[in-house]
Write a protein that binds this ligand. Structure first.
Ligand code: ATP
Ligand code: MG
Length: 224
């Protein structure tokens, strides 16, 4: 069965690319694609995925649309007199999806950040019928942020959604209690906890950590 995971989050800079790269490497014995359809402020995310894919896709296949300005992609595109539409994004993603068993798609910014003229990550993940993966930093405020993102998802996608708490470098007063408090609101869902990785980590080295591998396996329903 083909599967598509859509990696979104509560904000920009929360660890979506970190998670997508880890999953890509972890699943590499499967037939896995990782896409970042729309980039703004350069193409660094797409390069990270390119490296993790070890040559399975070209940079342009991973990331067909990239705009220079470090602002919402739809605005960054307008500055270059360009547009991206949902139908175009879908077409390019589906072309890749058809060739792979598992497709990981990273959004940009948060769930409702505008990606193109007529769509955001919510529209895209719905059209792809993807499993939403919600990444949130595990700090004070996380419960509100995760609940907001979940509330913004249609019910069918709430049911499928997976919640990932990214450990911060330094825990705060809520880091320990967030998982249990979140579980009160989402009793049917496992809350996945990824550890903070050492500075200048590589996905390859991070995967030597058994805890990291266990979390990724459970998250992606990967039977080892
Ligand atoms: N678990 C972690 N361990 C170590 N560093 C992390 C971890 N999670 C996130 N980071 C660091 O936080 C920064 C932001 O992470 P990342 O680029 O994955 O965010 P993002 O959600 O993909 O952002 P964007 O909205 O720009 O796509 C990066 O420098 C990354 O290395
Ligand atoms: Mg990213």
């Amino acid at each position: 069965v083909k599967r598509t995971f859509f990696i979104t989050g509560t904000d920009t800079g929360v660890g979506k690319t970190v998670l997508t790269a880890l999953l890509t490497r972890f699943l590499r014995k499967k037939n896995v694609a990782a896409l970042k359809p729309v980039c703004s402020g350069g193409r660094d995310d797409a390069r990270v995925l390119f490296v993790a894919l070890e040559g399975n896709l070209s940079l342009d296949e991973i990331n067909p649309w990239h705009f220079r300005a470090p602002i919402a992609p739809t605005l960054a595109a307008r500055r270059e007199s360009k547009t991206v539409k949902l139908a175009q994004a879908l077409k390019s993603i589906r072309a890749v999806q058809s060739q792979f068993e598992i497709t990981l798609v990273e959004g940009a910014g948060g769930l409702l950040s505008p990606l193109g003229e007529d769509f955001d990550s919510r529209n895209l993940l719905q059209a792809l019928d993807a499993v939403p993966v919600i990444v949130c930093p595990n700090r004070l405020g996380a419960v509100n942020q995760v609940r907001l993102v979940m509330a913004a998802l249609p019910e069918k996608f709430q049911k499928k959604a997976r919640i990932v708490l990214m450990s911060p470098q330094k825990s705060d007063t809520a880091t320990k209690t967030n998982p249990l408090l979140l579980a009160e609101f989402f009793p049917a869902k496992p809350i996945f906890l990824l550890p903070w990785l050492e500075k200048d980590f590589s996905a390859r080295r991070a995967l030597k950590n058994v805890r990291v591998r266990k979390v990724l396996a459970a998250l992606a329903d990967f039977k080892v």
